[in-house]
Ligand binder design. Structure first.
Ligand code: SF4
Length: 505
């Protein structure tokens, strides 16, 4: 569907429904009619499929109940759904409740009457569903009440409501107390280069072949950004709880460059006790023994060695230039060197994969007993080469089955889910879940998702987060995504970050 036109007395309804609508019709425009337009208008001669949604507000008869009737006209059919609501000011403002009920009515209509494959996340469309559960905890609800509330009032599937609530419970001890918010931060350090590009990848990574000539300049700029911001933080007594070096593939750097980078981090910042330090090794073809030794010597506490799959055929198909055997070799070397936590990322739904291939991958990985396994459901965004050159991927039903297979297998093997996030256009309305064996959660991941701590991002495209606990908002600022621009604007980027910290603390 190209466009949905919303007929309603309330001008904001199109905006309230847009992201939910796009869960079922990715890329569709949602516009208010008549007169109030959101998004671009149709160009002359352009033919697109259009549907209309008519919203009627049913006023309260006895001042306690009210509701909506929504009618969709689509492909010659007409579909109607109603939803009542009972004003309850205990947990949310009346206006939010009304919006939620409108979304529930439309969700029912799409999944019940149009019979579209239902999202188990109901009307929750955001990246961070656990934040909703955290908010409810803070409003005094019990675990059982939250589960029930998510099920009834947000339309989550029962299993999902329990799942997200349990994860929120496990995260709570790591959430920052308000009084520490201005004393302790986490850092993200971005190395945007990759040896080659995986076909499913949607991240803005730079291939070494094309951009390698800027690598040294980049490292020097990144070093300056960290040193200058770090000097300010030391002056103000700001401590660091966790550091995450991500990418791209940070281990494309030489052993010497990695040593220099880690040395700069050590001298620029002061830890809040001993900090958690993660390096995303990513691809095993970049993790030679000498690099592992450098990482260990510099106190890396968590190393990611990411197979994505243990099928050589799939690895080849998706453009990763390593084998499953390479993964085993690197894993064993890292284990022998004594890294405290090793994480392994897997992707569910890669082209050509079925239950048997996924089961074999899970079996091989579980046998290694890494402390962390992160399950990602495939999400193909516009930048991925599979969007330009499509391949056959599992449909929603099969995708759901694969995800359930992976989640159940890990839980049976003793892995506990400890953090979760979602993405747009993700396989089978799924989710990405971090699991831990013997309770070694990655605290950075929890801080990043829950947005209760300042996160400072260093390097090209890196984002920084400044949460405001009073208004429950988060201000995000980003470094430029363009590499030459990042280098050219470095002084301004540093000043902006220091100014922002100055106002914040
Ligand atoms: S290694 Fe990661 S960031 Fe680099 S191309 Fe592959 S998926 Fe993208």
């Amino acid at each position: 569907m190209g466009k949905l036109v919303v007929y309603s007395e309330c001008d904001s309804d199109a905006r309230v429904l847009a992201d939910l609508w796009r869960v079922y019709f990715p890329g569709a425009r949602v516009e208010q009619a008549p007169g109030v337009q959101t998004g671009e208008t149709q160009t002359e001669g352009e033919q697109e499929e259009t549907a209309s949604l008519h919203i009627q507000r049913n006023r309260a008869v006895n001042k306690t109940t009210a509701g909506f009737t929504v009618t969709l006209k689509y492909q010659g059919g007409s579909y109607t759904e109603t939803e009542g609501f009972y004003p309850d000011r205990r947990y949310e403002k009346a206006v939010n409740r009304e919006r939620r009920m409108l979304r529930l009515a439309v969700h029912k209509l799409l999944t019940g009457q149009l019979r579209l494959f239902p999202s188990p996340w109901g009307i929750l469309t955001g990246v961070r569903p656990t934040k909703v559960a955290q908010r409810l905890f803070e409003q005094g609800m019990s675990e059982q009440e939250i589960s029930r509330y998510l099920l009834q009032d947000y339309g989550l599937a029962e299993k999902k409501a329990d799942f997200v609530t349990k994860i929120a419970v496990r995260e709570r001890p790591y959430l920052m107390a308000r009084e520490d918010l201005r004393k302790v931060v986490s850092l993200y350090v971005h190395i945007p280069f990759c040896p080659t590009r995986c076909r499913y990848c949607s991240f803005p990574s730079f291939s070494l072949k094309r951009w390698g000539y800027l690598l040294e300049d980049y490292l020097s700029a990144l070093g300056q950004e960290m040193q200058k911001v770090g000097a300010y933080m030391k002056e103000k007594g700001l401590h660091v709880q966790t550091v995450y070096i991500g990418g791209g593939t940070p281990t494309v750097l030489s052993a010497q460059q990695l040593g220099r980078l880690l040395g700069t981090i050590e001298t620029s910042f002061t830890g809040f006790g001993s900090w958690e330090l993660t390096v995303e090794g990513g691809r095993p073809d970049t993790l030679e023994r000498e690099k592992l030794q450098i990482l260990k010597r510099h106190g890396v506490t968590r190393l990611s060695v990411n197979p994505q799959t243990m099928s050589d055929k799939t690895l080849q198909r998706v453009g990763r230039e390593h084998t499953a055997e390479d993964i085993l070799t690197v894993y064993k070397a890292a284990r022998a060197m004594g890294f405290a936590v090793i994480n392994m990322d897997l992707i569910i739904g890669l082209p050509g994969e079925n239950r048997e291939i996924l089961s074999a991958t899970l079996e091989k990985i579980i046998r290694l007993q890494p402390e962390n396994i992160t399950l990602h459901a495939l999400a193909l965004k516009r930048a991925s080469s599979y969007r330009q050159d499509p391949v056959a991927l599992p449909g929603p039903q099969k995708g759901r089955e694969l995800m359930e297979l992976a989640q159940t297998t890990l839980e049976r093997a003793g892995y506990l889910p400890y953090y979760l996030y979602r993405q747009k256009e993700i396989l089978a309305h799924g989710e990405n879940v971090g699991y831990t064996l013997f309770w070694h959660p990655c605290i950075y991941n929890i801080q990043m998702i829950e947005e209760r701590q300042v996160i400072l991002g260093f390097g090209v495209g890196a984002g920084s987060k400044f949460p405001d606990p009073v208004n429950e908002t988060v201000e995000n600022i980003y470094n430029p995504r363009d590499l030459p621009l990042y280098l050219a604007r470095l002084a301004k980027i540093i000043q902006r970050k220091v100014d922002k910290l100055e106002r914040f603390i």
